[in-house]
Design a protein around this ligand. Structure first.
Ligand code: M5T
Ligand code: MG
Length: 608
């Protein structure tokens, strides 16, 4: 079954409002009429219910005294049956429409929330913990669903019951009606008092819930490290601490609930007994008929019992309100626009890239790149070399606008990067990230992830061959249909890297970024990949980050980074003639290679 279309056209940010009522009202867009029908049906059901008590009165006061009971009783009986049947039908319909509203809203909210989260900026995700987002997208969202399915409709129901039954009692005796609602302001006051307290406690509880989720999530994704270092006990203590705090806060929350209920019950029962008493007095005085009293006894229950629930509902609503606020904190975050920028080139980019005095920082106080300055012509390759933490990844992550540079200028084909819409730009750039990530889907799905069109088998195989991974895949029993990840075969580090490389190559981008893409691949395979890349890279601009000289030496331009600055630039031959880091690295690596070679021939007698 395909989801309803309105799920996709709904913009969750419209529900953003400082005013809670307005927020909830906006959230109900598209569902208001169902909700309205649900309330209308409720009114029908309540009317039927109340009428049956009035029928009791009619029977006792008007029919019993005539002595004609035998003839009229069947009609009265039929009346009761019809009223009960009608009440049941209306209440069923009301429930149906209420759940349609609540579940429909929840479906749409979940979808919109997920979509919103995946459109937030890299910076936001860098700073937000996954568990925190998880708890907002699950448990907070569920509280909002309950708000609509139980609380909002419940309040409507109670207000209706209250009004209808109050009118019915007033019809019997106005004095009695007024006496019957003395307790209402007290219950309202009590609810209000508890509402504030309980919502604060619930907010603390949800904060802790997010912490527990974060701890659990991190622990699970790091389970290998935990086991490798035998730190299960340490992790358990850490988790225990969080979960105990959760227990403590949950208990406080429930105690407050538990305190509220008996207090409101005392008020409610006091009111009911007082009402019975006053009613009985009126009967004795002769102001109220027996039939009216009988009807009153039932109606009073219908009037006051819901008040008891109202208090409960108002208190429960605090959870919906807190969750709404927590969700809106995420919704209020600016999405990263994919269509901003005034310059969307027609067709593909050419690939001339110029960095001019580019500086960049992730956080306000720690600059990462200083005055990065270089240019590359379309179709050329640039290699970035440098010690760890020197800023190589940061430089290349500016190109697809994962982050925006702080000062200076970057242009592609003469257009300032900031003016090129992110969506278009990312369509032109293929990235192999430093830490390869595969989804737990089939290998084919992972490779074809980079393009949204239908892809032929030949294309997939060509990409896999270029990444030197086709033969490996063919050794798996399920070939390209092999499941990656949690269950199924988990790939080795080098295999994973090559699948990720195939994914980027299949996209056939104008600009290719390979961040340490062959670090877990042996030199022989790397050679193979390099040959394939040389063919593929023709006419594309490429950025290659690597630690091995052999990987970078063929690049048209080699940039050597140190502490966020370019300290050397040129091609291999130029750099070899200079004193500097490049030659040091070259000497070091060739010395190691020689030693290995020597060892192999001398000690093991192996030919190299
Ligand atoms: C350069 C800092 C990092 C380092 C500097 C990715 C990232 C990095 N940094 C942040 O503050 N936040 C981040 O999200 O930036 O880091 P790099 O560009 O990743 O360095 P590299 O790619 O040259 O290193 P390596 O180890 O990949 O060779 O100070 O703390
Ligand atoms: Mg890096």
């Amino acid at each position: 079954m395909t989801p309803p279309k309105q799920t996709y056209t709904y913009d969750i940010r419209n529900s953003l409002s400082k005013n809670l009522f307005r927020g909830f009202w906006r959230m109900m867009t598209g569902f208001r009429h169902y909700y309205f029908i649900a309330v209308l049906m409720l009114a029908g059901s309540a009317l039927m219910n109340t009428s049956s008590f009035l029928l009791v009165r009619h029977f006792v006061d008007n029919i019993l005294p005539t002595g004609d009971v035998a003839r009229l009783a069947p009609f009265v009986g039929l009346g009761f049956v019809l009223l009960a049947g009608g009440q049941g039908l209306f209440s069923f319909l009301s429930g149906r429409f209420a759940s349609k509203t609540a579940e429909g809203l929840a479906l749409r909210l979940r979808d919109a929330m997920y979509d919103h989260i995946q459109r937030l900026s890299f910076t936001y995700h860098d700073n937000m913990q996954t568990g925190e987002l998880l708890s907002r997208a699950t448990s907070d969202l569920d509280a909002i669903r309950r708000f609509f399915s139980e609380q909002a409709i419940g309040v409507g129901r109670i207000l209706l019951l209250f009004t209808i039954n109050f009118i019915a009692i007033a019809f019997l005796n106005i004095q009695l009606a007024l006496i019957s609602i003395i307790v209402v302001p007290f219950i309202a006051g009590l609810s209000f008092f508890f509402f504030g307290r309980i919502s604060r406690l619930y907010e603390h509880l949800q904060e802790q819930e997010a912490k527990v989720a974060t701890t659990l999530q991190e622990n699970l994704s790091g389970v290998r490290v935990v086991k490798a270092f035998n730190r299960q006990d340490y992790e358990r203590v850490k988790f225990d601490k969080e979960i105990f705090e959760h227990y403590r806060r949950g208990r406080g929350f429930l105690v407050m609930h538990a305190l509220f209920w008996p207090l409101s019950d005392v008020l409610v029962f006091g009111q009911i007994i007082g009402g019975y008493f006053v009613g009985a007095t009126l009967v004795i005085n002769g102001t109220l008929s027996i039939g009216s009293y009988l009807a009153y006894v039932s109606l009073l229950g219908q009037l006051i019992n819901p008040m008891r629930n109202l208090g409960r509902l108002i208190v429960d609503m605090s959870t919906g309100v807190v969750s709404y606020k927590r969700m809106m904190e995420v919704i209020g975050q600016e999405q990263e626009s994919l269509v901003d920028g005034s310059h969307k080139p027609d067709g593909d980019l050419h690939g001339d890239i110029v960095f001019k005095d580019v500086s960049f920082q992730y956080n306000a106080d720690t600059p990462v790149l200083y005055d990065v300055d270089f240019s590359v012509k379309a179709g050329q390759s640039v290699a970035l070399l440098g010690s760890t933490g020197s800023g190589k990844t940061s430089v290349v992550s500016l190109i697809p606008r994962f982050y925006d540079y702080t000062s200076g200028s970057i242009t592609i084909d003469g257009i300032e990067l900031r003016d090129i819409p992110r969506g278009y730009l990312r369509g032109q750039v293929g990235v192999v990230e430093q830490e390869p990530f595969l989804f737990s889907r089939t290998i084919r799905d992972n490779i074809t992830f980079s393009v949204s069109r239908e892809v032929s088998e030949e294309e997939v195989i060509a990409a896999a061959k270029a990444a030197a991974v086709h033969d490996v895949i063919m050794t798996f029993p399920d070939g390209y249909n092999t499941l990656v990840g949690e269950r199924g075969v988990t790939l080795s580090g080098g295999q994973k890297q090559r699948v990720v490389l195939a994914r980027a190559l299949l996209k056939n981008p104008r600009i290719l970024i390979l961040d340490d893409a062959t670090s877990s691949v042996d030199s022989e395979t790397e050679d193979e990949i390099r040959q394939a890349l040389l063919r593929l890279m023709k006419g594309r601009t490429s950025f290659i980050i690597a630690h091995r000289i052999q990987t970078v030496m063929h690049a048209d331009l080699i940039l050597v980074f140190d502490k966020g600055r370019i300290v050397q630039r040129g091609n291999h031959n130029q750099l070899m003639r200079e004193e500097g880091i490049y030659r040091q690295i070259f000497d070091l690596q060739s010395r190691i290679d020689e030693e290995v070679e020597k060892e192999a021939t001398d000690v093991l007698g192996l030919p190299v």
